[in-house]
Structures are given as structure tokens and as C-alpha cells.
Design a binder for this molecule. Structure first.
Ligand code: ADP
Length: 330
């Protein structure tokens, strides 16, 4: 059965012709304080950790780096603070050839900060202090209107204010630019805004299992539940859905049919940024080849590569590395 989502609008997207594809990422830029520990501390527990490191992160920045390394021509829209971290965060993006002219400095504000605990098993737990990311506004987006309208793909997440995300999506819609939404982090309490159909009016949504569960209010574990969640997200308005399921790969729902996209077998040492690797690589490949199923396969390779290495941005693969792994299954 083909479900027709409520408020579904058939909106033509323009043919993607730029080479390399133009990807605009609107999102967060953080400094990650990464703590390696035997296990993730439980409430009330104090653990001694072997090491800590300061590294550049943020879902938006990670996905921008992932897309740039996967071969995209990437522009970042975001905000940093006026603290000591800001220059380092922007220089880091520029080193990846990401255009940062739309990354603004916020006076009297700290840059975003994330405390990332990584357990020996590779699992992670993350606390984010938004800082300047919370100040990214619809006016910032309006200033970057032309660059969004000229993009092949707009890639957004929810680590910046939802109104700002919606403002960017509106520009992309008007210009026929394809939108990919990684709905992360998904708030624990579901604010009224999450019931706003406009937030789901995207060409592709790519949650992981726990995000899909939070958004649909149902368990998302078994293959049947994963398919039901994809159908529900499609019903909310997303034209296509790719649910990432860690070492089990991903499930793609195109509105008419679903397909399981097999994972690549790797030894996982740290799954931080696997989802970011997936989203960035997916945006580039989909823009290049207009073949979503193959793009998800390519993104699975990028995700597996990231899971097989330590860290967030350091774990993101270059185009050649992703292709080498991807071709093992072609
Ligand atoms: P997130 O980081 O958002 O939780 P996932 O853990 O689902 O996202 O990972 C994103 C993608 O990365 C998966 O769909 C899968 O293709 C790949 N991936 C993640 N972990 C592994 C793993 N242990 N082995 C192989 N592939 C993995």
C-alpha cells in the first residue's frame, strides 16, 4: 500500500548539475571534550578515565567535513562564539576546504561545547552546551539565501533552533533544492514544534533507531518495527526515509517500497560520528548520481569506516577510502 502523507505536496526539485555537487550544511559547530572511559558513567557514579582530548565537532560541522571529504563542494552556515575556541573551530573547517563566509561570530557568547564519553565497547554518551549555536537565526539564514538557493542539497539537523532550520528549508523549497534532514538530537520531551508538519517536509529524513523511536513514539528494534517507523515518518511528510541501524546497516523507504541496505563488516572501535559520516556521504552521492539506493549503500560504507576508527572528524573517511570499501560490495 502506498501511504499518502498528510499535507503532502508534490514539489519538483531541480536537476542536480554541479560537479562537484554543492552541499550547504546548516548546523552546529562545537568543541568536543572527549573522555575515554571503561564504561559510560551511570547517575551518581564517578569513574576515572584514561584520557581526554579537545577536538572539533558539532553535528553540523561533522556533516560538513564528512560531505567535503566525500567529494562535495561544501558551504557551512552556523555560529561560533567569541572565545578562544572560535578561531580554531573555523580554521578547522577551512582546512577541509569548507566555505565559512556564512559562519558568524557571536559576541559575548561561548562557542558550542560537547562532553563526549566513549566507552571501551565503542558506545558513547554526549551532553551538548549549545552556546553560539542557539543564536543562529532566521536573519542569518536570510543573509545566506542565495547560497542556499544555488545548492544541490541542503543538509540540516536539529542542533540549532528549529525556527532557523525551517527558515532555511523554506528557501530551499522555493528554489527546488533537495533537503536532507538528520533529526538529531531528538528532544526527549516532544515539544509542540515536533508535531509541526513543516519540519518533516523534506526529501529525505535519516534518523537512527532511537531517533525514529522518539519521533514516532513506538519501539524501533525489529525489522517490522523499523519499516513501520519509516512508514510513519513518511506519513508525517518526509518523501523518503533512511533509518540507520548501526551494525545492521540501514533501511530505505521510498514511499512505495522498502529496501534493507546491507552493512559493511568492520571492527567497530568508536561509533561516534558514524551517523554524521552517513549523512554527509549520502548528500554528496545522491547529488552526484541521483540514485538513492546506491547513495545509501555508499553512505553505509562511510558510516562503517567512521565506526572502525576513533574520534569524530578524524574518523571520517576520504572519498577514495569510502569508494574502496563500497566497491567490495558492488
Ligand atoms: P548514529 O551514529 O546516528 O547512531 P548509526 O550508528 O546507525 O548512526 O550509524 C550510521 C551508519 O553507519 C549505519 O547505518 C551503518 O551503515 C554504519 N555503521 C555504524 N556502526 C557500524 C558497525 N558497527 N558496523 C558497520 N557499519 C556501521
Amino acid at each position: 500500500m502506498v501511504l499518502v502523507p498528510r499535507g503532502y505536496k508534490v514539489r519538483p526539485v531541480k536537476k542536480m548539475t554541479h560537479s562537484p555537487p554543492r552541499i550547504v550544511v546548516l548546523g552546529s559547530i562545537n568543541l568536543d571534550l572527549v573522555i575515554r572511559c571503561a564504561s559510560i558513567p551511570r547517575p551518581g557514579e564517578t569513574l576515572l578515565a584514561a584520557a581526554a582530548a579537545e577536538v572539533c565537532g558539532g553535528k553540523g560541522a561533522n556533516q560538513a567535513v564528512a560531505a567535503a571529504r566525500a567529494g562535495g563542494s561544501v558551504t557551512m552556515i552556523g555560529r561560533v562564539g567569541d572565545d578562544a575556541f572560535a578561531g580554531r573551530l573555523v580554521a578547522n573547517l577551512e582546512r577541509e576546504n569548507i566555505d565559512c563566509q556564512w559562519v558568524r561570530t557571536t559576541s559575548q557568547c561561548a562557542s558550542g561545547l560537547a562532553i563526549v564519553s566513549v566507552a571501551q565497547t565503542g558506545e558513547n554518551a554526549i551532553t551538548v552546551v549549545s552556546g553560539a549555536n542557539a543564536r543562529l537565526s532566521a536573519a542569518d539564514v536570510a543573509a545566506a539565501q542565495d547560497v542556499i538557493a544555488a545548492a544541490d542539497v541542503l543538509l540540516v539537523q536539529w542542533e540549532v533552533p528549529l525556527d532557523t532550520v525551517l527558515a532555511a528549508m523554506k528557501i530551499a523549497h522555493a528554489a527546488g533544492v533537495r533537503i536532507i534532514l538528520d533529526p538529531a538530537p531528538t528532544p526527549k520531551q516532544r515539544p509542540a514544534a515536533l508535531f509541526d508538519a513543516a519540519l518533516f517536509d523534506v526529501d529525505l529524513i535519516c534518523p537512527n533507531e532511537s531517533e525514529a523511536a522518539a519521533l514516532t513514539g513506538s519501539a524501533v528494534e525489529t525489522p517490522e518495527q523499523i519499516e513501520a517507523a519509516a512508514a510513519a515518518l513518511h506519513h508525517k511528510g518526509a518523501r523518503q526515509v533512511a533509518i540507520t541501524v548501526g551494525r545492521r546497516g540501514a533501511m530505505l523507504w521510498t514511499g512505495e517500497k522498502s529496501a534493507w541496505v546491507e552493512p559493511f563488516s568492520v571492527t567497530a572501535v568508536d561509533t561516534t560520528a558514524a551517523g554524521d559520516a552517513f549523512a554527509g556521504a549520502l548528500a554528496v552521492f545522491w547529488a552526484e548520481q541521483d540514485d538513492l539506493l546506491e547513495a545509501v549503500r555508499f553512505a553505509n560504507a562511510a558510516g562503517a569506516l567512521a565506526a572502525s576508527r576513533r574520534g569524530a572528524q578524524p574518523s571520517l573517511g576520504a572519498r577514495g577510502e569510502i569508494e574502496t570499501l563500497w566497491k567490495t560490495k558492488k
